[in-house]
Design a protein around this ligand. Sequence first.
Ligand SMILES: [Zn+2]
Length: 255
Amino acid sequence: MMQWIMAGFLGWLGGSVVNYLSDILPHKRRLVGPICLACGERQPWWNYLVWPRRCASCEAHRSIRIWIVEIIFIGASLWLWTSPPGGLGYWVGMTLLLYFGVVVVIDVEHRLILHPVSWAGALLGLGVGIWMHGLAPTLIGGAAGFGLMLALHSFGNLFARGMARLRGEPIDEVALGFGDVNLSGVLGLLLGWPGIVGGLLLAILLGGVVSLFYLLIMLIRRRYQVFTAIPYGPFLVASAILLLYFQESLLSITF
Ligand SMILES: [Zn+2]
């Protein structure tokens, strides 16, 4: 019983950290004390991290995301505690999920993968990668992830520029941002070589399937626009989570 409460508490704490970083980093780009996103007023730490309450000065409610993240992290913590996935263990598994959580929340809310988050991810990826695969596969994986995505990114830019010229109007959004290139480098470190190749393919597949569904829904609702950019970070992360945490289950389904 005590173990369950402990795991739930750690999950709650992890969710709070993800919420705090996702709130602060896109606005301040550095670690300052918690602030209210509506009025900018400083908030006490305990008010922010321990229990998400309304802002004392402007009474703004916290966003629903706060609760979604908390619930997901409590669930993830309990799951990792009872059945840590092959080779990762509880603490490494949780630490990686914190990083993934921050990347996904900021990318979905701001279409942005911040450089400081990528640098932290690179350090984490280097450490975990070497621990899991050894030095050479980790470095080659990182270079491959970064390089392959950089090629796609350049190709996408060329394509966007070509389309803009054809249509005679400037394009302000690119499909793949440079943040996705950095993220792929981090995932390359984590998945190693040749794991990153499967990781990128799976991400493209997931992104394609979801885009297709999205497109169909938009077509049905007659809201279709050409080149609606969707953030690619969540698909890269989903692919990495599947490969890192569920590889055994995936393999047992395939074979
Ligand atoms: Zn406020």
